[in-house]
Ligand binder design. Structure first.
Ligand code: BES
Ligand code: MN
Ligand code: ZN
Length: 485
């Protein structure tokens, strides 16, 4: 874990830091930098709009980066992060000194999450030989005004906890699916939750799944030699008050089933459990912050495999709320496991304040919204507004797609209550959400987040897990708690 410290005066301990600042900063106007002609030259560059960076001639610092002022205020295009990312790929030293005197709150939150996330790298999985002595970031020092330090202390501790949850989620999602099976996710969740006495795991194995009538989750998982699981993580940070629930799609590998996907992009389907991984990460972040609230995270875990026992197109399965679903497309498995998990969650806590599900549910949401925005589908306007605002505040944004009864035909079946895919290719993401809404009782506000475009982050041309939308959901929860207080 990377630590942080807020400072309001420059002290000599900060030498050998990597100073990240902007032209005109008070930090550059102190001796000896004030008299350094290189600093004057770098400042001039940054004032012209280009980043200036040096590891030489910048004593007492190990490195100085001067980023144009615009970037510190730009919460939309990530220009500060884009500038820092290549520099932090191979850090010059263990300590960063970040100038927080002119930074927009959303940019700061994103920058901190990026920095705290440096505690984990893909090579830490131990699957690749990597140089032993690469310098790692250890400490974030933040320079700020005294009047800001109390407010920033809260922001820093929150972003640190969020980042720690993101790291747990990213790591789990990156582990190849041969290893990362439904039972493995359960094992990891139990191991990680054991660090907090406020977290408790409840596991349904394949027998309990059948006994409790989760026929949709069972149908998806039955083709695999790695049986499905339903994992509920309970957080008790308060002894009373409503439970808030999160449900994650945890398809540890999605071959498409008998409706087999084509080979080229299939390797990314080990990430089809990002929703579940992020629910786990969120629960860990909540526990780390010790929030005074009750929360339940439900992970719907199954592998969508091919084989003699795999579910067949045209079969009908029954969910734990009694509804039947015709499975005409075995590749639309996410909505099946989620439907059962949402219904189960609503039965486990009938007075839930809200249920939010998160899932890499459709490729179509990427066509509609791209890689920056998660798709939000809900019929609850209060929840829509709260999630949209929390997205803007955290910089982990959502955009709404329409969801109402005009989609009714998209889920009609001649043989069952519902059909898992429409025969047309219209409104694919919203049609999936329309199916899901049948599994949440009307009295519980419910929202669906399709994170196919955002749960992954492209790093050097390759997809890796991003930990989104943990920041969004934490911000939303914090706001919701403050509103109630
Ligand atoms: N896991 C996929 C969705 C997905 C695709 C996520 C690509 C990320 C990248 C999901 O199970 C799926 O296969 N969805 C189908 C839906 C279709 C059958 C209606 C899709 O998107 O093609
Ligand atoms: Mn699929
Ligand atoms: Zn899937």
């Amino acid at each position: 874990m990377i630590n942080y410290r807020l400072i309001t005066t420059l002290s000599s301990e900060l030498k050998q830091n990597h100073l990240i600042t902007f032209p005109g900063s008070a930090l550059l106007l102190e001796k000896p930098l004030r008299d350094n002609p290189l600093i004057a030259e770098m400042t001039a560059h940054a004032e012209q709009g280009t980043l200036a960076d040096t590891c030489f001639g910048c004593e007492p610092f190990a490195r100085i980066t001067v980023v144009p002022l615009d970037a510190w205020q730009d919460s939309l295009t990530d220009s500060l992060l884009d500038a820092l990312r290549p520099l932090l790929a191979t850090p010059a030293c263990n300590d960063v000194l970040l100038d927080c005197t002119r930074i927009h709150d959303t940019v700061l939150a994103k920058t901190l999450r990026f920095l705290f996330n440096q505690a984990h790298r893909l090579t830490d999985l131990g699957l690749k030989k990597s140089p032993n002595h690469i310098t790692r970031l250890v400490q974030i020092n933040a320079y700020c005004a005294k009047s800001e330090s109390a407010r920033l202390e809260t922001l820093f501790s929150q972003q640190q906890a969020i980042a720690n949850g993101m790291i747990a989620a990213r790591r789990l999602a990156d582990i190849p699916s041969e290893h990362c099976t439904p039972q493995f996710v359960v094992d990891e969740a139990q191991r990680l939750c054991a660090n907090f006495s406020s977290l408790r795991c409840e596991v349904l194995d394949e027998n309990a799944i059948v006994e409790q009538g989760l026929g949709l989750l069972h149908a998806v998982g039955k083709g695999s030699t790695r049986p499905p699981r339903l994992l509920a993580i309970h957080y008790d940070g308060a002894s009373s008050g409503p439970v808030r629930s999160y449900v994650g799609k945890g398809v540890t590998f999605d071959t498409g089933g008998l409706w087999l996907k084509e080979g080229a992009g299939m390797y990314t389907m080990k990430y089809d459990m990002c929703g579940a991984a992020n629910v786990l990460g969120l629960m860990l972040s909540i526990a780390e912050l010790g929030l005074p609230v009750r929360v339940m995270g439900v992970l719907a875990l199954a592998e969508n495999a091919i084989g003699p026992d795999a579910m067949q197109p045209g079969s009908v399965a029954r969910a734990c709320n009694g509804m039947t679903v015709e499975i005409n497309n075995t590749d639309a498995e996410g909505r099946l496991v989620l439907s059962d998990a949402i219904a189960w969650a609503s039965q486990r806590h009938p007075k839930t304040r809200y249920i939010i599900d998160l899932a890499t549910l459709t490729g179509a949401v990427v066509k509609a919204l791209g890689y920056e925005l998660s798709g939000l589908m809900t019929q609850d306007n209060a929840l829509r507004c709260a999630l949209t605002a929390a997205g803007e505040q955290s910089g982990d944004e959502v955009w709404s797609l329409p969801l109402d009864a005009r989609l009714k035909k998209q889920t009609e079946s001649a043989i069952a209550d519902l059909c898992n895919t429409p025969t047309n290719n219209a409104a694919i993401s919203a049609s999936a959400a329309w199916l899901l809404h049948h599994f949440c009782p009307q009295n519980i506000p419910w929202a669906h987040l399709d994170v196919s475009g955002t749960a992954l982050w492209r790093e050097g041309g390759k997809s890796v897990a991003s930990g989104r939308p943990i920041p969004l959901l934490m911000q939303h929860l914090l706001n919701d708690l403050n509103a109630g207080a």
